[in-house]
Design a protein around this ligand. Structure first.
Ligand code: NAP
Length: 289
């Protein structure tokens, strides 16, 4: 029986977008986001298109840089160098994953920390860990935002994060650990080498899954009343039909959880809105407001 409250992302995203539009109106020129993609994968194309649509919706200009997946890494470096020295570009977002022949750490270092709105540069990641972020990456920021919007407290509570990537799990854990409003959680981070995932997830007051494994988390792995934030949108094709599912088996989890973010329609729209918020922040930093 389903009883969990659905924490829908759209109304939260709409509130963020409204605030972003107001901040853009206070700027002399619209902010500009440059997206860089080195892939011909349809999912990457879709993710970049969603970012462009989110920018258009609030009045952010977009520079769209695409490189063939077999282009030399030096071409990507040159593109990033050009964007870093282009004073009309406020923010740069590199779509990952990058091809195997491109060293991610080199790409991270090439970004200008001031325009690196998704916290790729080691300096920005370090500042986040130190509790003094220049930007909070869009997905971790979206998790915090949706929890706040639905009045889910995390201070002093057990938050379990499934996934330890540099893009989501690690920044999210640090974001929830920070001192002050929206932080002060007791955070456990799990990953593929965690021996008994259910033992860890059953401790959670708030469970955040970002591991990309369809319906890994089932009812037995949850304690009653848990709030579940399912970050993943995994595409699954069965008998020619493709659906999008999260890391959580929503049907069984809904009988145990107090609340759960739907997939799709949960964290995804809020992430896009938080990206636009970071772009505006970058533009405001550039003009000194
Ligand atoms: P990633 O780099 O592939 O990291 C996945 C993490 O999950 C890794 O830490 C991995 O552990 C862990 N993991 C994998 N299998 C596991 C298992 N069976 N049990 C426990 N942990 C396991 O992925 P990512 O970039 O962080 O993205 C995570 C998910 O978020 C993906 O599904 C992605 O599509 C989604 N995403 C959503 C949004 C949004 O806005 N909603 C935005 C970006 C990404 P190891 O470290 O041990 O390998």
């Amino acid at each position: 029986m389903s009883r969990a409250r659905r924490l829908r992302g759209q109304p939260v995203a709409a509130t963020v977008r409204e605030a972003v539009r107001g901040r853009i109106a206070d700027l002399d020129t619209p902010p500009t986001l440059a997206t860089v993609m080195m892939s011909d994968d349809a999912s990457d194309e879709r993710f970049v298109a969603l970012k462009h649509d989110a920018c258009a919706e609030v009045g952010i200009d977009v520079v769209d840089r695409r490189l063939a997946p077999d282009a030399p890494a030096s071409r990507l470096h040159r593109t990033l160098d050009e964007l870093a020295s282009d004073s009309t570009v406020d923010a740069v977002f590199v779509q990952v994953p990058l091809p195997d022949h491109v060293a991610l750490n080199e790409v991270r270092r090439r970004l200008d920390p001031e325009t690196d709105v998704d916290c790729f540069h080691p300096t920005n990641l370090g500042r986040l860990v130190a509790g003094n972020p220049r930007y909070v990456p869009a997905t971790p920021a979206a998790v915090g935002r949706i929890l706040a919007a639905y009045d889910v407290p995390v201070a002093g509570r057990e938050v379990v994060v499934v996934g330890r990537s540099e893009a989501i799990g690690k920044p999210l854990a640090n974001h929830l650990l920070r001192r002050g409003p929206g932080g002060d959680a007791t955070v456990t981070v799990c990953h593929s080498r965690t021996p008994d995932l259910g033992r860890a997830t059953r401790r959670a007051d708030v469970l955040v899954t970002a591991c990309g494994v369809p319906e890994l988390v089932t009812e037995e792995m949850l304690s009653p009343g848990v709030v579940v934030i399912d970050v993943s949108a995994n595409r699954r094709t069965v008998e020619g039909e493709t659906t999008v599912v999260g890391d959580v088996d929503h049907e069984s989890a809904a009988a145990v959880a107090a609340a759960i973010t739907p997939v799709p329609g949960g964290i995804g729209p809020v992430t896009l809105a938080m990206l636009t918020q970071n772009v505006v922040r970058a533009a405001e930093r550039r003009v000194g407001t």
